[in-house]
Write a protein that binds this ligand. Sequence first.
Ligand SMILES: CC(C)(COP(=O)(O)OP(=O)(O)OC[C@H]1O[C@@H](n2cnc3c(N)ncnc32)[C@H](O)[C@@H]1OP(=O)(O)O)[C@@H](O)C(=O)NCCC(=O)NCCS
Length: 246
Amino acid sequence: MGKKSSRGKEKKQSVKAETEKLRQERQAVLDLLNKANAAPDLMAAYPAFRRYDRNGLAAALVSCGVGGLPPGDAPWAFALCKANMQALYDTAWGWDDASKRDELAATEARFIVVYTQAQEGGERQPAAYVHYRWEEEDGRPVLYCYEIQLEPRVQRRGLGGFLMKLLELAARKVGVDALMLTVIDANVGARAMYTKLGYLEHESSPTEEEAAGYGILARRLTAYAAAAAPLRPVTNSYQLEQLIFS
Ligand SMILES: CC(C)(COP(=O)(O)OP(=O)(O)OC[C@H]1O[C@@H](n2cnc3c(N)ncnc32)[C@H](O)[C@@H]1OP(=O)(O)O)[C@@H](O)C(=O)NCCC(=O)NCCS
């Protein structure tokens, strides 16, 4: 009897300790995301990224933290996304004006806006933007890139890759596990860019058989404690990469 009850007590204590450990881990994730969300300027640590002067393009990058897009730029951001993406969205989940407007105006939405200026002292024109969010994915912190949109006049001059690298640097500095995004299969150019930048299919991505018309990609940034996670069968290249490099 005595032995039985002491074992019961030990078990209770170990469950309690495990619960406390999980609570602390979850709190650490929330603290990290809250801190990242509150940061006013994604580029504070990367002043070299405030300008893009390459391939005949001269542009300034502006970070928009809490509060989101400058109000004057919101209609432009929506129109650019619609012009670039409507036909592509229609090959996957379909385009909806209202939900895209809501997405851009969400309180969690953070942006980098790129402006060009035809001449010194002249009026600056918005030319591109990235919409990103600090989020939890499967209990782990990630930076999710919701949108990268360039005006056709500034495409194919390295700016898209530059913006993605900036996100990656910021995500590494904050300490999130991965940079994630969703890409439509028919968006061949964007897929080529992500492949070139080292993105791999994420384990939550729909399978080819599911033919969902889109994929979820990830660029893994930290060697997140693979040992602490239960072993799962390797079914895609993202998991394989984790297994090899963690
Ligand atoms: C996709 C997009 C963000 C890429 O940005 P970008 O500045 O035009 O691309 P970059 O010049 O940085 O190209 C980087 C690499 O991506 C690949 N790439 C980019 N656009 C491509 C295209 N249209 N076709 C084939 N490859 C392409 C190339 O490998 C390129 O490297 P290279 O120029 O040395 O060949 C930009 O073209 C865009 O805003 N398109 C419309 C909106 C969109 O599709 N957004 C992505 C949603 S997931």
